[in-house]
Ligand binder design. Structure first.
Ligand code: EPU
Length: 424
């Protein structure tokens, strides 16, 4: 067990390179399983979720190695009847996208219900019904899911009832080597889908329309990354927003490099409304926070390009000490206000009920002992602690490590007083 100990009130100043995106590297690694050969990726984040994907690939008889930002996946040979054990499935929600990729590659797989952060119920009904329409037989035996496609997968038209990121990824993974054309309508438009599609196209897939609500996939015989090519994972827009929020909370200025500002179009205006100076140029974002922040108009989480649910907890942190009241409406997950408990321990005034949280700005927050409730909630607590008076301790760092590479190192380089200690 580890804790992050943060002495708040230190201004941040400096330059930071944006890490590769967690939610892009996971589907790209799953996509590499479709390639009959070696795939080389770079800009992979060193986070526990990506190491979990590496373990899943290795346990299926293939060879994956991640070292720093580089990952090599040799998917030439895999088990005849691939099974992902319960303990690996439970480590992250994203493990479910191996269902589409394994059905697409070998026509069968056995797996369990995925785990991940507890953000409320996380059904996979859209994943299952879509793959069934493509010819898969899926038996859901409570915990265990047995899948096969005795006659192979075939393309079809799938209209999603909600633009689920994971279901869109699973369908694309199943469709790229299926027979014929698959059309997904009401598809998720998140940049991470485009990242996975870019990788698949590099390997020979025919995919059109990613980034829009209508994606068309024409099945091909075989996928392979051309020799000598390396695929770069997109920058992490959520990590970028997190470090911007850290500056908004603690004060100071930062140049964030190697990011894609247009992926943050739903987020940057919120920081500007708060009173931060933000300038995006090329692949950089500069942020400067000097004065007291002000509350912003109602923040409603939405699918991309709207305000991301993953940034809700993170932006709430600086708003706890803004002048005025900010209302949040969480539309994507049912149980995504658990961080408000920690924020209130630090002295925040937040009333959360159902989908709505009302944050009334207080003069300042004070240090407290807290538990990270999940990945982004934990990042929100770190963000708040940087701006609070006194020392905070944040336990359950394993949640934060699922998505943030070297968070204490990055913040220390920016001037924060933060260290990791082992506890109990
Ligand atoms: N949903 C269903 N049925 C389904 C699939 C989804 O009802 O078959 C519901 C979910 O319960 C949820 C909503 O649809 O209420 C959105 O779920 P979605 O499938 O879009 O999310 P996901 O693919 O499970 C990804 C990210 C999340 C991010 C969401 C929304 C990855 C690995 N995870 O999850 O990231 O919050 O999209 O943008 O890509 C995080 O990084 O901390 C994180 C949770």
């Amino acid at each position: 067990m580890q804790k992050l100990v943060i002495e708040g009130g230190k201004m941040l100043c400096g330059e930071l390179k944006t890490q590769g995106a967690k939610n892009a590297v996971l589907p790209v690694m799953a996509a590499a399983v479709l390639c009959k050969g070696v795939s080389v990726l770079d800009n992979c984040p060193s986070i526990t979720d990506s190491y979990c994907a590496v373990r899943i690939i290795n346990c299926l008889g293939m060879k994956a190695i991640q070292s720093g930002g580089n990952c090599t996946i040799d998917a030439a040979v895999l088990d005849d009847n691939p099974t992902i054990p319960d303990r690996l499935m439970r480590e992250m929600r994203s493990s479910i996208i191996f269902m589409g990729t394994l059905l697409g590659r070998i026509g069968r797989c056995n797996l369990y219900y995925p785990g991940g952060c507890d953000l409320g119920p996380h059904p996979i009904d859209m994943h299952i019904s879509s793959l069934k329409r493509m010819g898969a037989q899926i038996e859901d035996e409570g915990e265990k899911i047995t899948c096969c496609a005795p006659n192979g997968l075939h393309g079809c038209s799938i209209a999603l009832s909600f633009p689920s990121v994971g279901a869109t990824e699973n369908i694309i993974l199943a469709a790229v080597c299926a027979e014929g054309e698959t059309v997904i309508s009401n598809a998720a438009r998140e940049p991470e889908i485009c990242c996975m599609a870019d990788f698949l196209r590099q390997c020979g897939a025919v995919i059109k329309g990613d980034g829009s609500g209508r994606i068309v996939i024409e099945g091909v015989e075989e996928l392979k990354q051309p020799e000598g090519e390396v695929f770069g994972i997109y920058p992490d827009r959520i990590a970028a927003a997190t470090y911007i929020a850290c500056v908004a909370s603690a004060g100071g200025e930062m140049l964030l490099t190697d990011c894609t500002p247009c992926h943050l179009e739903g987020v940057i205006p919120i920081f500007e409304q708060m009173g931060c100076y933000i300038k995006a140029f090329g692949s950089n974002i500069y942020i400067h926070k000097r004065d007291t922040l002000t509350a912003v108009d109602t923040i409603r989480t939405m699918v991309y390009p709207g305000f991301p649910t993953d940034v809700q907890a993170i932006v709430m942190a600086p708003l706890c000490t803004a002048r005025g009241t900010t209302v949040f409406v969480e539309n994507i997950f049912e149980n995504r206000y658990r961080h408000t408990l920690g924020l209130c321990r630090m002295g925040a005034d937040i009333k959360a009920e159902g989908k709505v949280a009302v944050v009334s700005g207080v003069k300042k927050l004070h240090g407290a002992k807290m538990d990270a409730p999940n990945l982004r909630g934990g990042a929100g607590l770190v963000t708040a602690a940087l701006g609070a008076e006194g020392t905070s301790e944040i336990a359950s760092t394993e949640y934060i490590d699922r998505g943030y590479e070297n968070i204490e190192g990055n913040l220390t380089a920016l001037g924060a007083k933060i260290r990791r200690i082992s506890s109990g």
